[in-house]
Design a protein around this ligand. Structure first.
Ligand code: FRU
Length: 516
């Protein structure tokens, strides 16, 4: 019976541990990243979709998207709101550089990392930036336009939003290139706002103000270029004016198709690369190595290569479609697997139930014995009564010890209280066995025995392990130095912290970046 009792107790403790492990697992760090777009259009939608698809590769990230609709004030507010809500990171495409800079700096000061993408701010206070070389794009486009014009003629430039970094850099690159050609002049530079209707209005006002003699239009993106073409048509410009833009999206009506059809003479691939952006974000969050500046490759699209580029894109799209189908299948298998798992858990539950039933059956047998022992007490046979009384006491003890429910509940609530006390004082270097014993209202020895029986560890080991795990999480976030983390988790000596950490995780805390 004793062996059976031990067996049952072990099963219960194992079940508790499995439950504890499962709950620890499900509580593994989940990263929340806010993505604050400057506006909404097909380029941004593509990027958002890529970001969302890339979350598939990380099972612990949640993205929250917002769009500032080209309003600087709204974008500042969104950044502050997300920072206050305590997200783990903010990814932002700053509408304009100078105006958004102070808000990004404030967010960084509050301890939340910020990645800027596609557009830049005007300070060095950001975690990382990923985007294209917009100056180079403007420069290459300028050389291309000059070659097409055979070094002679008049150009109109329709820019993106003033003060945004791609606008500033594309304009600088383009004018630097044209400067090299004395017979080419940029006769007007009209501000647009990245949208087709802005391109229309910019060109419309130029034409109405009398600027009508030009041979080429360089628009800072393909949407602006389309708007400018429509405005020229509406204003009766029938002669051939060449127009080029930037973005070269491979969507119906996008830049690649427009170049193929001859509507645009050229465009420039402005890559979205949501997968690379999320990879960068996750690397920084998980304390892996990353570079502060990531430059994305881009390429000029001309009538000579548009067809080939589109074919390659279509090929990739086919592969992506196949991958999607495969992912669907995997999802299907996974849900079947989790059903099977549930069935397994249920059957394990039934097994446990069966064990409990056996225990109770045995208790009933003992109770019956006890009953007869009690009645023997009333007999005149003193020695039989004494034996019976002894048997009865033992039965009671057994009932108490083998009773699974009280043991489970009591241990569980003790484990919960213990966890609460330890967690609440993790950063307190004064936390020790006496303190915990006092908080739990029990003696040192009783606490030691209970903790040992429940976890196999001493109280001191338990405290140390909890502190080290918290330290590990803090180090992985990469904001604090090793000494800062050591003090923060209640170690009074960073050297001793390093030793304990190495003993537990097998590598030094400094080395965490190479481990995760
Ligand atoms: C998309 C977009 C692109 C342009 C880029 C500049 O929102 O307007 O068309 O190339 O932003 O940041």
């Amino acid at each position: 019976m004793h062996q059976f009792k031990t067996f049952c107790t072990r099963i219960l403790i194992a079940a508790m541990l499995v439950g504890l492990m499962a709950s620890c697992n499900s509580r593994s760090k989940k990263y929340v990243i806010a993505v604050v777009q400057c506006s909404q259009d097909s380029w941004r939608e593509k990027l958002n979709a890529e970001l969302q698809a890339a979350t598939y590769f990380y099972d612990n990230v949640e993205l929250r998207f917002a769009n500032a609709n080209d309003s600087v004030e709204l974008q500042k507010r969104l950044l502050k709101q997300y920072a206050d809500s305590g997200v783990d990171m903010i990814i932002v495409a700053p509408i304009t550089s100078a105006e958004i800079t102070p808000t990004v700096e404030q967010v960084m000061d509050s301890g939340i990392p910020v990645i800027t993408f596609d557009r830049k701010i005007q300070s060095n206070k950001f975690t990382a930036h990923i985007g294209c070389d917009n100056y180079q794009m403007g420069l290459t486009m300028g050389k291309y336009v000059a070659a097409e014009m055979k070094g002679k003629g008049k150009v109109v430039e329709i820019t993106g939003m003033q003060g945004s970094s791609p606008m500033i850099e594309r304009h600088r690159g383009f004018t630097d290139a044209i400067k090299q050609y004395p017979d080419i002049s940029i006769i007007a530079t009209a501000p647009g706002n990245w949208k087709e209707q802005n391109g229309y209005h910019a060109m419309d006002s130029l034409l109405r103000s009398g600027v009508r003699e030009f041979d080429y239009v360089f628009a800072h993106n393909d949407r602006l270029a389309l708007g400018a073409i429509k405005a020229m048509k509406a204003n009766g410009i029938t002669r051939q004016v060449d127009v080029c833009g930037i973005d070269a999206l491979n969507v119906p009506g996008g830049g690649i198709e427009l170049v193929k059809k001859g509507t645009l003479t050229a465009s420039y691939i402005y890559p979205t690369k949501g997968d690379k952006l999320l990879e960068l974000a996750m690397n920084t969050l998980r304390g892996k190595s990353y570079s502060k500046h990531t430059m994305l490759q881009s390429e000029l699209v001309t009538p000579g290569n548009a067809q080939v580029i589109q074919m390659q894109y279509d090929e990739i799209a086919d592969r992506q479609h196949q991958l999607k189908q495969l992912n669907g299948k995997i999802d299907n298998y996974l849900s079947q697997l989790s059903l099977q798992r549930m069935a397994l858990v249920l059957s394990a539950g039934l097994l446990l139930l069966a064990v409990v039933v056996i225990i109770f059956q045995r208790r009933i047998v003992h109770l019956r014995k006890s009953q007869s022992a009690m009645s023997a007490l009333y007999s005149t046979d003193i020695s039989r009564a004494a034996i019976a009384a002894e048997e009865h006491t033992e039965v009671e003890n057994r009932i108490h010890i083998t009773s699974p429910m009280p043991l489970h509940n009591e241990s569980e609530s003790f484990a919960t209280r213990l966890r609460e006390v330890v967690q609440a004082h993790l950063c307190d270097s004064d936390m020790d066995v006496d303190m915990i014993a006092q908080k739990l209202g029990m003696s040192r020895t009783a606490l030691y025995r209970k903790v040992k029986a429940l976890t196999g560890q001493s109280v001191v080991e338990l405290i140390r392990e909890s502190r080290l795990k918290l330290a590990h999480t803090m180090l992985a976030q990469g904001h604090l130095s090793v000494s800062e983390v050591a003090y923060a988790v209640g170690f009074s000596s960073p050297a001793y912290f390093t030793k304990c950490y190495k003993d537990f995780f097998g590598h030094t805390p400094k080395n965490i970046k190479n481990q995760s």
